[in-house]
Design a protein around this ligand. Structure first.
Ligand code: ZN
Length: 379
């Protein structure tokens, strides 16, 4: 285990993608001599490595940059968002080293058994790392408790108060932490992705459903019941379409990919993907254009609300392949601009990126990596 100052050092190096001993000493409020001693220990333990020598500023001497050593620790990620479920092995830089999958089960014991049986497949080509395997993260759609141990509720998996982390830990012998999908993805972006150097940002995931998570002041916002940032079931249309959650007019009923495809079916459009709907809109279909406008306007409005509540450094939108390349993406951006206070309109950068086959399992693994780097890796 890392001690508090070592965690602080690793976290700072991770966020800055490399720092000199002098910069580290300044950030941690230590003398250069003290920092050199700590860094020597961390070099010996294999968590950091020296890399490029950079020129000093002004009269300063050139200094050696310290970076995270990718081979310093390894983590497993399991995504329960797809069937088959996906597993990945990542290193301390978040690089995926191997992948495996198994048929998804909604029965927790069976699920844990399948993970335990599939785990060795990840390590067959990396047997030497078994001793540096720190922990496992598991991501799923649902509410997770503050200890990242119990699934409080998952409509998709039909669970209520399932102590999933303990069940999987018993089957695998590993430290296991579970996390909501959008929160896991936000952690991944903070540790390894587009938000490494940001402390306050908001992530929205757009797919079959809509997910949302926030980092505020460097910490993931969980809320009392793990439900912070649940915009999917915010009412956007009073007395609107019934939602699977039991309410009416939720954002999910207006803007999720499932809702968009459902609206297209109701309009009698013979399409089965968002890309086909975009194509129809391009070729002049007013129904397709109207559906995409309605969905994009609602999603943009919800994001505008988030901007006004949080005032984040960045909005990240994770979406299905090509889902934001056409009209939907354009309308979302216009709707954000149109609905934030004029004084802050255009001030919040919005970046979009595509979800791929690896995204959720890597996000799951980043949960374990994040806990390790924060020194929180045991229950
Ligand atoms: Zn709802």
């Amino acid at each position: 285990m890392l001690n508090a100052i070592q965690q602080q050092i690793l976290g700072a190096i991770n966020a800055a993608d490399g720092l000199s001993r002098t910069e580290l000493a300044q950030r941690c409020g230590l003398s250069k001599a003290a920092m050199s001693g700590i860094v020597r220990e961390m070099l010996e333990a294999g968590y950091v490595q020296e890399s490029a020598i950079v020129a000093g500023q002004g009269q300063g001497r050139p200094s050696v940059l310290l970076r995270i050593r990718a081979e310093g620790a390894y983590f497993i990620g399991v995504s329960l968002l797809q069937d088959p479920a996906q597993l990945v092995l990542i290193n301390l830089n978040g690089d995926i080293l191997s992948r495996a999958s198994f048929p998804l089960s909604r029965e927790p014991q069976q699920l844990a058994q399948s993970i335990a049986e599939t785990l060795p497949l990840l390590l067959t080509s990396h047997p030497q790392i078994a001793s540096q395997l720190i922990g496992m993260g598991v991501t799923l759609s649902g509410f997770i408790d503050e200890h990242q141990a119990v699934c409080v509720q998952s409509a998709l998996l039909g669970w209520r108060d399932v102590p999933l982390a303990r069940i999987i830990a018993d089957a695998t012998g590993m430290d296991v932490f579970i996390e909501n999908d959008a929160k896991a993805l936000a952690v991944n972006e903070k540790r390894f992705g587009l938000a490494r150097d940001l402390n306050t940002f908001t992530l929205v995931s757009h797919g079959a459903g809509i997910g949302n998570a926030h980092f505020i002041g460097g910490n993931l916002l969980r809320g009392l019941h793990g439900g912070a940032g649940e915009i999917a079931h915010s009412t956007m249309e009073v007395n609107g379409t019934p939602c699977r959650c039991g309410k009416r007019g939720c954002l999910d009923t207006l803007a999720s990919v499932n809702a968009i495809l459902e609206m297209a079916r109701e309009e009698g459009l013979s399409i089965s993907t968002l890309a086909e709907l975009e194509q129809l809109a391009m070729s002049g279909s007013t129904a397709a254009t109207r559906i995409l406008h309605r969905a994009g306007s609602a999603l943009g409005l919800a994001i505008a609300h988030l901007i006004q509540i949080i005032d984040p450094d960045l909005i990240l939108i994770a979406h299905q392949q090509q889902a934001f390349d056409g009209l939907l993406g354009t309308v979302v951006l216009q709707s954000i601009e149109a609905n934030v206070l004029p004084g802050i309109a255009g001030q919040t950068p919005v970046r979009t990126f595509s979800i791929n086959q690896d995204t959720w399992a890597r996000a799951a693994a980043s949960i374990a990596a994040h806990r390790f780097l924060n020194g929180l890796n045991t229950h």
